[in-house]
Design a protein around this ligand. Structure first.
Ligand SMILES: Nc1ncnc2c1ncn2[C@@H]1O[C@H](COP(=O)(O)OP(=O)(O)OP(=O)(O)O)[C@@H](O)[C@H]1O
Ligand SMILES: [Mg+2]
Length: 256
């Protein structure tokens, strides 16, 4: 049982963002998806939790077709798929404890003291114990990302989707987040799907790496395989070749 994306197509107006993207995440692995900004990585993730529905193709999570789920089943699905949003997306008016406990309140059936205990556990896992009563405005960027991660794991999900968990962080804080991603897999047995631009993080956390390019899967392999690839597009991306970015902007304009 895994996450399976099958020939996904998604357009917004004239813009054909996903053009037949397929990928299967294996049980227990951490798979990273790379791709230029605007290539549709976040769009792809949103299909997995039913925030977007595909124009064509399907997403299966544990064999269930996400695009066809009733509201109730969709809520069940979101309990088992934690989502760490691109910009932490904490509610500013809620304390850290209330942000982290949000999913548990939504699921229902927990007493207040059970929620408090679970929130404490999750904050402990991300090294934010004692931060319960702080507000998001009082947190650093790295602490916000960790609070976002604590919120995503509160319902003990089987899967975790991380949308650029290290973007905008300094190298040390990045390493801390990468360690947490590894810990989620090793200690909680979570299957992870990570979106990143950051090759260093990708090499650190991934069992396999895929690349999304022009709406399709351009590459899929181990970190060693991507290091050794001769595909010029993939090479340019992992080496951060700016000429390639210029070329890409022209193609995107031509395509849109
Ligand atoms: N709800 C939406 N309505 C219209 N267009 C959208 C919507 N969501 C995304 N797009 C467009 O789809 C394209 C892909 O967006 P997406 O957010 O998936 O990019 P990304 O690969 O995550 O980029 P980044 O690395 O910058 O986060 C962009 O051109 C974006 O403007
Ligand atoms: Mg994105």
């Amino acid at each position: 049982m895994t996450i399976q994306l099958d020939d996904l197509h998604k357009s917004f107006g004239q813009k054909h963002v996903l053009r037949g993207f397929s990928l299967e995440v294996r049980d227990g692995e951490t798979l990273t998806v790379l791709g230029p900004s605007g290539s549709g990585k976040s769009v792809m993730l949103k299909h997995i939790v039913g925030l977007l529905t595909p124009d064509r193709g399907q997403v299966l999570v544990d064999g269930q077709n996400v695009g066809e789920l009733e509201m109730n089943d969709l809520y069940d699905l979101r309990r088992k798929v934690g989502y760490v949003f691109q910009l932490a997306a904490l509610f500013d008016s809620l304390s850290v404890a209330d942000n982290v406990g949000l999913g548990l309140h939504r699921v229902g059936g927990f007493r207040e003291d059970q929620i408090r205990e679970r929130v404490r556990e999750c904050l402990h896992l991300v090294d934010l114990e004692g931060f319960e009563d702080r507000f998001p405005a009082e947190l650093s960027g790295g602490q916000k990302k960790r609070a976002g991660l604590a919120r995503a794991i509160a319902t003990k999900p089987k899967y975790l989707l991380y949308d650029e968990p290290t973007t905008g962080l300094d190298p040390l804080t990045k390493a801390v987040i990468d360690q947490l991603i590894l810990k989620m897999r090793q200690e909680l047995g979570v299957t992870g799907l990570v979106i990143t631009h950051d090759m260093e993080s990708a090499y650190r956390v991934s069992d396999r790496i895929a690349m999304l390019y022009e709406g399709r899967r351009r590459f899929l392999g181990t970190p060693d395989e991507i290091r050794g690839t001769e595909d010029p597009v993939v090479r340019a991306f992992i080496e951060g070749d700016p000429q390639y970015l210029e070329r890409r902007e022209t193609t995107v304009e031509e395509a849109s």
